[in-house]
Design a protein around this ligand. Structure first.
Ligand code: GDP
Ligand code: IMO
Ligand code: MG
Length: 431
C-alpha cells in the first residue's frame, strides 16, 4: 500500500497523534489536510510528552517532511509558538522539514471573537466549540471573503481584504453582540509581522505532495477531529466546520483518491466526546468517572473533561461506511483493565423502534437508548503486552468482538500512551 490516511472513527481524541507518530517511521511525508488548532494530538516518546495542534505528528522523526495543506485553517500565532517550542526542544532544526499551503485560510482575531460571542449568545444551546475561531474562519472561506496564506505575502492585498472583512465583522460586534469593534491597524501590523516569519514555509503544497507521490514517496495523511464531527456526515450541528472523513484528506491536500492506498480508522476501546451533542452510550455514573480518571480524559486543547461512555459499534461501523476503513487502530485498551464487565452498544431503541444504524435525525439520536451486549472484563494490567497473544484471553475476546461488530479488522492495539506501548498486528503500509 502506497499512501494511507489515518483518521478518527469516533468524536475525536481517539489517539490519532500517537498512531501517526508510530506509522511515520514507514512514511516519507506526513500531511495534515484539514482542521486547525481545535485539534490537540498528544504523543509520548520515551516518557516525554508533546502536544501538537497544527504541526503533523510525524515532525519528531528526523528527515520526515511535514505538510500543512490548503484545507486547514491556520492561526499564525499558535503555529509560530508550536514551531518555537519544537525548535527549543531540539526538533525542526531544518526549516525545510515543514511546509504550509499558500492557499490555507488564516484565522483572524475577529474569527476567535465571533466564535466566543456566538457561543455565549447560544447559552445552554451552545455547540461547545473549542473557541479557536475555526467555524467563523471556514465560514469566511465558504463565503469567499477569507484571507489566505498567499494574501499575507502581499501587504496591500492583505490590507484591503482585512479592511473589507473587518468592516462587516465590526458591524456585527457592535450592533448584534454589543461588543467593542476590533482595530484594523492592530491586526494588520500583527499579521504582517507573522507574514515575515511564515514566508519560508509557505509553498504550493499540492504541487509538492503530488511530486512526492510521483517519485515514489509514501504519504501519511493525519486526520483531525473524528468522523462523527464531519460537517456533512457527523451529528450536525454538533460538529466541526470541515470534512474530517477520508474525502477531506483529498480535498484538503489536493491529492486524488486514486493516489491513496487506504484508510486506517483510529478508535478508542470505549467512546468519548468533548462539547455538546448526542452521545448515546455516555456514562453519567461511576463507570464514566472511572474511565475519565484512568484514561486522563481531559481535552488536550481546552482542558475540558471529556464525556465518557461504552464502545458504540454502530458509530464505528458508520465511520467504516463513510471511510472504507482498511483496518482499525484500537487505542486505550489498558484503561479498561479492572472493570469486571464491559458493555458494547450494538444498536439503539428510539421510541420503541429498533435501529441497527446511527439514526440521522438529531432528535432520534438524542432519544436513542443503546442496546448492549456484555463482554467479560479482565483484571490484569495490559500495558506491557507487545504481541496480541500477551493480552489476557478476555481482552483478546473483546478486541475480536469489536472486529466482528464493526466488520473491520483491528491491525494495531494501543496499550498505553507511549510510542512503545503498542501491539502492531499488521503494518498498513505493507498490506
Ligand atoms: P488525538 O486528538 O486523536 O490525537 O488524541 P488526543 O491526543 O487528544 O487524546 C488521546 C490521549 O490518550 C492522549 O493523551 C494520548 O497520550 C493518550 N493515549 C493514546 N493512546 C493511548 C493508550 O493506548 N492508552 C492510554 N492510557 N493512553 C493513550
Ligand atoms: P482532535 O483532532 C475532539 C469538537 C469541539 C466541539 C465541536 C466544534 O484532537 O481529535 P470547533 O472548535 O471545531 O468549532 O468545535 O468539535 N472538536 C473536537 N473534539 N477532538 C478534536 O480534535 C476536536 N476538534 C473539535 O469540542 O464539540
Ligand atoms: Mg485530541
Amino acid at each position: 500500500m502506497k499512501s494511507i490516511i489515518v483518521l478518527g472513527a469516533q468524536w475525536g481524541d481517539e489517539g490519532k497523534g500517537k498512531i501517526v507518530d508510530i506509522y511515520s517511521e514507514f512514511a516519507d511525508t506526513i500531511v495534515r489536510p484539514t482542521g486547525g488548532n481545535n485539534a490537540g494530538h498528544t504523543l509520548v516518546v520515551k516518557g516525554e510528552k508533546f502536544v501538537f495542534h497544527l504541526i503533523p505528528s510525524g515532525i519528531l522523526h528526523p528527515g520526515k517532511k511535514c505538510v500543512i495543506g490548503n484545507g486547514t485553517v491556520i492561526d499564525p500565532k499558535v503555529l509560530l509558538s508550536e514551531i518555537d517550542k519544537l525548535k527549543e526542544r531540539g526538533y525542526l532544526q531544518d526549516d525545510s522539514q515543514l511546509r504550509l499551503g499558500l492557499l490555507a485560510h488564516i484565522i483572524l482575531p475577529c474569527h476567535v471573537l465571533l466564535d466566543r460571542a456566538r457561543e455565549e449568545r447560544l447559552g445552554l444551546k451552545k455547540i461547545g466549540t473549542t473557541a479557536r475561531g475555526i467555524g467563523p474562519c471556514y465560514e469566511d472561506k465558504a463565503a469567499r471573503v477569507g484571507i489566505r496564506g498567499i494574501d499575507l505575502l502581499q501587504p496591500e492585498v492583505f490590507s484591503a481584504k482585512l479592511a473589507a472583512n473587518l468592516e462587516f465583522k465590526n458591524f456585527l460586534f457592535k450592533n448584534y453582540f454589543g461588543l467593542e469593534p476590533l482595530s484594523f491597524e492592530a491586526i494588520r501590523d500583527e499579521y504582517l509581522g507573522y507574514a515575515d516569519r511564515l514566508k519560508p514555509y509557505l509553498i504550493d503544497t499540492s504541487l509538492f505532495v503530488n511530486d512526492e507521490i510521483s517519485r515514489g514517496a509514501k504519504l501519511l495523511f493525519e486526520g483531525a477531529q473524528g468522523s462523527l464531527l464531519d460537517i456533512d456526515h457527523g451529528t450536525y450541528p454538533f460538529v466541526t466546520s470541515s470534512n474530517t472523513t477520508a474525502g477531506g484528506a483529498c480535498t484538503g491536500s489536493g491529492v486524488a483518491p486514486t493516489r491513496i492506498g487506504g484508510t486506517v480508522g483510529v478508535s478508542k476501546a470505549y467512546a468519548t466526546r468533548v462539547g455538546g451533542g448526542p452521545f448515546p452510550t455516555e456514562l453519567l455514573d461511576v463507570d464514566g468517572d472511572l474511565i475519565r480518571e484512568k484514561g486522563h480524559e481531559y481535552g488536550a486543547t481546552t482542558g475540558r473533561p471529556r464525556r465518557c461512555g461504552w464502545f458504540d459499534a454502530p458509530v464505528v461501523r458508520y465511520a467504516n461506511r463513510i471511510n472504507a476503513l482498511a483496518s482499525i487502530a484500537l487505542t486505550k485498551l489498558d484503561v479498561l483493565s479492572g472493570m469486571p464487565r464491559l458493555k458494547v452498544c450494538v444498536g439503539y431503541e428510539v421510541n420503541g423502534v429498533r435501529f441497527d444504524e446511527v439514526p440521522l435525525a438529531l432528535a432520534d439520536l438524542e432519544a436513542a437508548t443503546p442496546v448492549y451486549e456484555t463482554a467479560e472484563g479482565w483484571a490484569e494490567d495490559v500495558s506491557s503486552a507487545r504481541e496480541f497473544g500477551d493480552l489476557p484471553k478476555a481482552a483478546q475476546k473483546y478486541v475480536r468482538m469489536i472486529e466482528e461488530l464493526c466488520g473491520v479488522e483491528v491491525s494495531l492495539v494501543s496499550v498505553g500512551p507511549d510510542r512503545k506501548e503498542t501491539i502492531i498486528r499488521k503494518n498498513p503500509f505493507r498490506a
